[in-house]
Ligand binder design. Sequence first.
Ligand code: NAD
Length: 697
Amino acid sequence: MSGLVQFRRDGNIGVIVVDNPPVNALKHEVRAGLVEALGKAREDASIEAVVLTCAGRTFIAGADISEFGKPPRTPTTIDVITTIEPMSKPVIAAMHGTPLGGGLEVALGCHYRIAAPGTRLGLPEIKLGLMPGAGGTQRLPRVVGIEKALAMILTGDQMPAKDAREAGLVDEIADGDLTASAVAFAKRVVAEKRPLPRARDRDEKLAPFKSDRAKFDTVAAAYTKRAKGLHAPAAAVEAVRWALDLPIDEALKREREKFMELVADDQSKAQRHIFFAEREAAKVQDLPAGVKGVEVKRAAVIGAGTMGGGIAMCFANAGIPVTVIEASAEALRSGLDKVEKNYAATVARGGLSAVEKDQRLALVASSVDMAAIADADMIIEAVFEEMELKRRIFADLDRLAKPGAVLATNTSYLDVNEIARATRRPEAVVGMHFFSPANVMRLLEIVRGAATSPATLATAVAVGRKIGKAPAVVGVCHGFVGNRMLRLRSVEGERLLIEGALPQDVDAAMTKFGFPMGPFAAGDLAGLDISWRMRKAQGLRAEIVDQLCELGRFGQKTSKGFYRYEAGSRSPHPDDEVEQLIVATSQRLNVKRRTIDADEIVERLLFPMINEAARILEEGIAARPGDIDVIWVYGYGFPIWRGGPMFYADAVGLGHVRDRLTDFATRTGDARHQPSPLLARLAEEGKGFASLTVAKG
Ligand SMILES: NC(=O)c1ccc[n+]([C@@H]2O[C@H](COP(=O)([O-])OP(=O)(O)OC[C@H]3O[C@@H](n4cnc5c(N)ncnc54)[C@H](O)[C@@H]3O)[C@@H](O)[C@H]2O)c1
């Protein structure tokens, strides 16, 4: 018997325990062990019921993802389920932690399910561009009904045990020791000679939807409206519909085929790449073994503007008390009002209860006295982007913060080393670059300064994860990774306008590519004036956007930018004034305008950024290509199903990227477009960026 699955008896009950740390993934040895243990229980006449449970921190939390894409090895998860389901002895799943994916599908194959109080159940396959492939799309709707099943399958979100009990997914919440409760439950089932309910035979929860197809379409549409172009959600809806239309065995067969199609699909490959890249990005490569950060029990944020308020919310949401410091009582009031309004909007949307809102707000303290940071373990500065101001603040922090506290800056561009030099403890200084809106966007660029200590870095990464962010460690340079790449896109966007495109052409090409917003609409949303002021200070100029700013067109905040906006609406409308300005600029610069197609627009905007990313890798500013993918997917809206810019470049082929860049360099005269040495070498060798990660192991 496999060492990962144990079998023991407790009176007339057989107890099967999966023990495959850390999350009891359903790898081949586990599946084989389960089938063997179930066989034993079946053959042994003295065993009258079986409890299936797991050691460690969770019930089976899914498949072993590293097996995806490889030839399936029997017994498969489906074999495990088809061993359990027809058994004449009741099988009870005893769950704790997070029964997810294949784990929940195995539990759905059991006759009864009981769960420990904190259990959270889910089918997260959609997050990897997949759908359940071992009966989940057929058994779950039969157990909880179509509506709840579609919600679980299409969002991938976890359902707490209490809700699962109400939905009928769990028969009982365990009281006290889980295995003991499950054994007692099993004994009752045997003693009372209860029937063996099999999910596959149930029909009562499907009936209302069988007679009302329009209702099915409405519910499904609500969950797929933001999934345009994505293969997995469409496939999952189709599969759940088979629960209404087909005999279950036929539906299960088709579900399997569809699942295998998705596994082989490029979209899912890209999403799986991001899943692994996110986990890798949180690992700091050269951190000495055994380095531990400090536990952040209390945080402080300096500045309650756009970013400071959102950052404070991140801490409050994670249950960490946070003190917000502002320069004046008025600024403080206005910042806290925005935080409160933000929470109120979430309550109104049903995303939070009023009680939870109050609990979170209660964690946010405030002061206009910087001395209030004295007991904070981490302080994040989010004041205006001005070096002198930031240096002053850090000198104060140095004076007031307790020893061992992490001093972080949310700067977008400034030199973290120079900021650190304003203190006598540069080892405690680190960049923690959040993205707007900070309480929503998942990316956290952690900027490692020359003096940043391993413990400071470890604390920043751990806090990032704790508050639900996707941290990626980067080095110091102007704009770090994301904004440094973005800058090239902005320059190229301007060039396209001058050569012949209009903002709406460029934005349409990029949204068609998969970005939620085009670069010009995004510029209008963020405000065009910030970078205009920055350029002016540096003596730089951007032809089109600077003219817009000179006309007072700062974007949505002035109802005019690259587009015009009607009162109370965020929808961009093309504006004749902008078109005339662009055409006049082309004339003034002696450029003969031409039609530029969507493919060229995409290449012109993305390839120079990919080239810059290659330089970023060469300089060691980012450790791995996957880190850059994580940054662009979670911070800049790069479509996750394209896997980020580096994964995308590999898919296109670096030879093509190189050739196009050489062509752009000739046509624009911009030397930055010459292929970087790394990109040129990889293209020459016929390799992709992925080969860099493989080579390093
Ligand atoms: N807005 C973004 O999209 C974004 C994204 C990432 C990073 N950042 C960076 O975050 C920082 C803040 O940007 P923002 O957009 O929140 O700016 P903001 O202007 O909205 O807020 C800055 C706040 O700092 C306060 N402040 C100024 N001096 C202070 C002092 N001495 N003590 C306490 N508070 C003081 C101001 O009153 C203001 O409320 C900047 O460094 C910016 O580059 C901004």
